[in-house]
Design a protein around this ligand. Sequence first.
Ligand code: ATP
Ligand code: MG
Length: 334
Amino acid sequence: MDSLVAGRYYLKSRWGRGANARVYLGWDSLLDRLVAIKVPRAHTERANRTLKREGRLVSGLSHPGVIAMLDHGQLPDGRLYLVFEFVAGTSLDAVVRTGSINVSSVVDFGICLATTLEYVHSCAIVHRDVKPGNVLIPGSGSALQWQRAKLIDFATARRIDDVLADGRPVATPTCIAGTPAYAAPEQLLGRPLSIAADLYALGATLFELLYGVPPFSAESFGVATLEPDAVAHERGYSEASSLAPLPLMLVGPLIVAKLSKEVVPPEGDIPDDLRDLVRLLLRIEPKERPTSARAVIEALRRIAAKLGSTTSGQPPTHVAREPVSLDEIETRDE
Ligand SMILES: Nc1ncnc2c1ncn2[C@@H]1O[C@H](COP(=O)(O)OP(=O)(O)OP(=O)(O)O)[C@@H](O)[C@H]1O
Ligand SMILES: [Mg+2]
């Protein structure tokens, strides 16, 4: 593989894959740097529209904790693509699988992700798909740079377009989307979403970092994704429209479980105040969760201080890096 896109980007290998998109490791021959190029898997208008919406949302964001979009374009086959900064590191779900995260790192990371969410929410956006698979951590092995974590994948993000009577901003979903194991109960029900939905997903992510599994494992309910296009793709249909009600049917038992059982994080070596915070983030009722990402940051900072954590408690910062060359990247073919 070495095809040239837009006379500028060499596609070096397939790098990552999610529900709807494929991500290629690319080389930007104009600026001599690695890039990540996201292309929809399906050749459909709907897939292009989703990617365009993601591009519009993410290109308006500028924060060290949010992946930077650099460029966009259209392939000869009609599919749109987005070009992102390349993060030489590991996705957080791969880190979870190694089972080697200590409590201090979880707290440091929590401060970082909550700071990023505070920024995203301040831009009137709900991400709607916060989960370990959508966070990249630069570095590798024991040299992971938790405080430089990047939130990716704004494919299901929505603009907050309304305000409830009590002042909480809400986004009205156009369809039920997200990842069932991490999505808030109200998101699975297709109700208007406040930022509390992202805080629930932050809670589910922290739970998984602490205990190795999310609080409700979607696989045990037989469903891993709610993206209609992905379900259609898996089943050999070209468009989701032919099976529109299916994702909701599949996810029914998971919704019932999430709506009927408050999560109680198990006791163990985890400090009580951290368990309490995770429990509050995962409350069924959005109003009972912390009111903002700021409140979560403050709670985590208090926990960090007690742990004597090395975290500076500072938001993620841009660090000027030595450019990573292609030779330093272990190629993979996802
Ligand atoms: N900028 C990047 N640098 C390095 N790797 C990346 C980058 N962006 C994505 N990846 C890899 O590609 C995978 C899929 O990316 P992403 O989550 O954006 O796609 P997706 O889940 O298919 O999105 P969608 O929800 O639109 O279907 C990620 O989990 C990650 O491993
Ligand atoms: Mg993803």
